[in-house]
Design a protein around this ligand. Structure first.
Ligand SMILES: Nc1ncnc2c1ncn2[C@@H]1O[C@H](COP(=O)(O)OP(=O)(O)OP(=O)(O)O)[C@@H](O)[C@H]1O
Ligand SMILES: [Mg+2]
Length: 287
């Protein structure tokens, strides 16, 4: 398939293989992402989602293959907020700014503005132990955005939060990603969350993990309940594919490209196990 990239990819891993002892988690795995795309990564437990984030973060080196990132500022948000307990909210937010230089007054102003955005201005002087779980995660997301990253990695940041809190955190993330556009890779187990937030959804399946679904989500896919329902079903069936229906999905997608009318499905169900993704031009900015 001819690749039709509007811009150079911000990150790319090509033919990556990762082994943990005898366990091969990824094999010949290829993934590219363009600037300013919000990519959601789904897959059952243990398929290698966190491993992929760690490869992009540079904390894990592949056994073979290459990982290239053009991002100069990287932020990583984990499931647990990982705030420094001996620092106030304000200082926790300022930590990432030290490396970027600039004078203290400028840093403090950036933190103040971010605290306002995340609705925690009044809690600037609080320590993490004085905050609720949701507030801590707000700080952790604010801390990631305050450095204005090119690449933001989020590993199941809202798992364990109740539905209302999760919704408000998703809204916050949506607001912040509108304020600062950057390439985002978010791992989630929540299909609705992926459709709500993602421009592009990737489902990884099997061991070694391979991409079985790679699709763009349009505005209509997010807003129209009927279209959303179809997308949800497609993602669900990709998550729980068996080897026998993997082939069927591939054939079906090729024969009937309009089966999912508001989502462009690309590179789905790569039989080779390494999906080289063609991302159609003009699909960004549809949130
Ligand atoms: N440092 C490590 N040492 C040994 N094995 C590891 C290590 N890190 C990950 N693994 C193994 O690699 C596999 C993939 O792990 P990974 O954390 O990437 O999965 P995941 O898709 O993020 O799963 P989950 O949804 O449960 O977070 C798992 O089987 C795990 O046991
Ligand atoms: Mg994980």
């Amino acid at each position: 398939m001819k690749e039709t990239w509007g811009e150079l990819p911000l990150f790319e891993m090509r033919n990556v293989t990762v082994d943990f002892g005898p366990l091969r988690v990824l094999e010949n795995f290829t993934l590219r992402g363009e600037p300013n795309c919000f990519l959601c990564l789904l897959g059952t437990s243990g398929v290698g989602k966190t491993t992929i984030l760690n490869l992009f973060a540079g904390t894990l080196k592949p056994f073979c293959g290459s990982v290239v990132s053009r991002a100069r500022r990287l932020a990583y948000v984990f499931q647990e907020p990982r705030l420094l307990p001996w620092m106030t909210v304000e200082k926790n937010m300022e930590v990432g700014l030290y490396r970027l230089g600039g004078d203290k007054r400028r840093r403090e102003e950036m933190v103040r503005q971010m605290l306002q955005k995340i609705g925690l201005e009044r809690f600037a002087g609080y320590y993490p132990e004085q905050l609720s779980g949701g507030m801590k995660q707000r700080v952790s997301i604010g801390r990631a955005y305050v450095i204005q990253p090119d690449l933001l990695l989020l590993d199941e940041p809202f798992t364990g939060l109740d539905e209302a809190l999760k919704t408000s955190m998703q809204d916050l993330l949506q607001m912040l990603s509108g304020w600062h556009r950057c390439t985002t890779i978010m791992v989630t187990h929540d299909i609705r969350e992926a459709i709500k937030l993602g421009d592009r959804i990737i489902v990884i399946h099997g061991r070694p993990g391979r991409i079985v679904l790679d699709m763009a989500v349009s505005r209509k896919g997010k807003e129209d309940p009927a279209v959303r329902g179809v997308l949800e079903k497609q993602i669900l069936s990709a998550l729980y594919l068996t080897e026998s229906n993997l082939k069927a999905v591939e054939i079906h997608g090729k024969e009937n490209p309009h089966f999912f009318p508001e989502a462009v499905t690309t590179g789905a169900a790569s039989a080779a196990g390494a999906a080289s993704v063609a991302w159609p031009g003009g699909m960004r900015g549809n949130r």
